[in-house]
Design a protein around this ligand. Structure first.
Ligand SMILES: [Fe+2]
Ligand SMILES: [Fe+2]
Length: 204
């Protein structure tokens, strides 16, 4: 979803696909944080104000394509059911809510690569006041307001795939999660496509 004109408006439109109890309270909490202005990271992809919402939309769009791909029956592409659309919206829009309130804008110094002159620029420092772990924290924050299905919880918990710190020492839990539901791989694939293809070169 590149070239989107109003990412927050797009986010709120797609959020309407989430109809289960608590979705309104979850959205009110998000609006009380810096979620809609936060970057997607301190460096690399999406390191700019609003980058997190753009990233969430990109993951939603990729996840929808991937889910449709997996729903092809012979030559006929089947429409996604409202339940599946709801899952796609939850996973895409909410997998990275853990990034609200962790990137702090700070003035940094750098040497301009063209002029060689030192200059100030606005950068981000990562400081997490609730260091639960990446997928774990999103899971905790979402389920404070709204129930998740097991396959949704697994997908959000493990969306970092083999980049998750827990996978560095033991891949068995990640493999078991991938075996339990295809949504774990789908969300990881969508996240990777968004970060490394859709948001390529979007740092500032
Ligand atoms: Fe993430
Ligand atoms: Fe992500």
């Amino acid at each position: 979803m590149n070239g989107t004109r109003d990412p927050k408006a797009d986010f709120l439109t797609i959020y309407k696909d989430i109809r289960r109890p608590g979705a309104d309270k979850l959205l009110a909490w998000l609006a009380s944080t810096d979620f809609f202005t936060a970057p997607a990271g301190a460096k690399h992809h999406g390191a700019h104000a609003g980058g997190l919402v753009v990233h969430s939309l990109n993951v939603w769009s990729r996840l929808r394509e991937i889910t449709l791909r997996d729903t092809i029956d012979g030559k006929a592409i089947l429409d996604l059911t409202p339940e599946t659309n709801e899952t796609v919206a939850i996973l895409g829009l909410l997998h990275d809510v853990c990034k609200a309130g962790v990137y702090h804008a700070e003035t940094k110094r750098r040497r301009n690569p063209e002029t060689g002159v030192w200059e100030d620029y606005l950068g981000y420092m990562f400081r997490d006041p609730l260091p639960l772990g990446h997928g774990e924290k999103s899971l905790y924050q979402i389920t404070r307001f709204m129930r998740l299905e097991d396959h949704e919880a697994l997908a959000i918990r493990w969306h970092m795939g083999a980049y998750d710190a827990a996978a560095h020492t033991d891949l068995r839990d990640l493999s078991a999660a991938m075996d339990a539901t295809p949504w774990v791989w789908r969300l990881h694939e969508a996240d990777m496509c968004a970060a490394h293809i859709d948001e390529r070169g979007t740092d500032e």
